[in-house]
Design a protein around this ligand. Structure first.
Ligand code: ZN
Length: 288
C-alpha cells in the first residue's frame, strides 16, 4: 500500500471512531451480598454492555470479616464514572468510601440500586435518602413511611409502625406502569408480565423526592408495591428497582430494558434505547 493510501485509510479509521458516541462509563459494586452476586454481576454487565451504550468496570469489595488493611485498599473512584450501580448488600463500608459515595451523588453523580442493594446500610442516613426506600437491615417506622399505591390508584405514605421489607414466594408477576411520560417507562405496555422473581413488599425509608414509575400488586401485603423508582438526591439522579432476585429473574427482557433505561437515565437524564420487539406483554413473559 502506498503512503497516501495508508494515510487516507488511517483518516477514515480515526474519523469513524470519532463519530461513534462515547460509551457511558459504569462502575458496578459487588463483593458481599446474601444473594448470589457472583452469578448476577456478569448478567448485569452483559445486559448493559450488549446494548453497545455502556462500558462497565466492576469493583469488588473485600469479603466478609476482612481486616481493616484490606478495606483500606478498597476505595472505588466514583467520580471517574457517569453512574455507579450497586449489587452490594453487606458490611458497612469504611467512612471515607461512604462519604465519597454521598458526595459523588450529592454533587451530581448517579446511582442505581438493584434488588438486595436496598437491604444494605439500614443505619446509614444519606444512603437511605439516596435510595428512598429499603428493606430489612433493622428498618422500621423510624426509617420513614411505607410508600405504595392503594387499589384506588392513590399514592399512600403510611407511617404506621412495623418492619421494613418482606416478600412472598417467588413467582411471575405483573408490573403496572404508573407514569407513561417518564423516559424510563415511555412506550411500555400498561401491564407486563415479569419472569420469576421475588416481589419485595413493605419497603420503607425517608421516601423524599421519590417518583414511582411502576408498581406490582403483592398478594402478601395486598398493596401495589413500587417496582421502578427514581429519586433525586442533591444534584444527583438515582434509579431504584427492587426486582432482580436471581440471574433467571434478570433474563426477563422487561427487567433488562428497565435496567438499561434506568442506568442511562441516571447517567445522562435521558433514554435513547428503543423498546425491544420481544418485550413482555400482560399475558406473556419474555426471557432471554
Ligand atoms: Zn432476593
Amino acid at each position: 500500500m502506498n503512503y497516501l493510501k495508508s494515510l487516507s485509510l488511517l483518516f477514515i479509521v480515526f474519523s469513524s471512531v470519532n463519530v461513534l458516541p462515547a460509551k457511558i462509563r459504569v462502575l458496578l459494586i459487588d463483593g458481599q451480598n446474601n444473594h448470589n452476586w457472583k452469578a448476577t454481576t456478569p448478567v448485569m454487565v452483559d445486559i448493559l454492555e450488549s446494548s453497545g451504550s455502556f462500558k462497565v468496570t466492576v469493583s469488588t469489595s473485600p469479603p466478609k470479616k476482612s481486616e481493616a488493611a484490606a478495606w483500606a485498599k478498597w476505595n472505588p473512584k466514583f467520580n471517574s464514572y457517569a453512574v455507579t450501580v450497586s449489587n452490594y448488600n453487606g458490611e458497612m463500608w469504611p467512612k471515607e468510601v461512604q462519604d465519597n459515595l454521598t458526595n459523588y451523588v450529592k454533587g451530581g453523580g448517579s446511582f442505581v440500586v438493584v434488588h438486595a442493594a436496598n437491604n444494605a446500610f439500614g443505619q446509614w442516613k444519606e444512603y437511605n435518602q439516596m435510595i428512598g426506600l429499603g428493606g430489612w437491615g433493622g428498618r422500621n417506622e423510624k426509617s420513614g413511611p411505607y410508600l405504595f399505591y392503594n387499589d384506588l390508584g392513590k399514592l399512600v405514605r403510611d407511617p404506621r409502625p412495623g418492619r421494613g421489607g418482606s416478600h412472598g414466594p417467588q413467582s411471575e408477576f405483573i408490573v403496572q406502569v404508573r407514569d407513561f411520560k417518564h423516559s424510563i417507562t415511555k412506550g411500555m405496555p400498561q401491564k407486563w408480565l415479569h419472569s420469576k422473581d421475588e416481589l419485595y413488599d413493605s419497603l420503607r425509608g425517608p421516601a423524599e423526592k421519590v417518583k414511582i414509575l411502576a408498581t406490582a400488586y403483592s398478594e402478601k401485603s395486598k398493596k401495589h408495591e413500587p417496582m421502578i423508582m427514581t429519586i433525586s438526591y442533591g444534584k444527583g439522579r438515582v434509579f431504584h428497582t427492587p426486582m432482580g432476585h436471581a440471574d433467571y429473574s434478570m433474563k426477563c427482557i422487561g427487567f433488562q430494558e428497565v435496567l438499561r433505561r434506568g442506568t442511562e437515565w441516571a447517567a445522562t437524564g435521558q433514554v435513547t434505547s428503543e423498546l425491544p420487539l420481544d418485550f413482555p406483554t400482560e399475558r406473556k413473559v419474555s426471557s432471554q
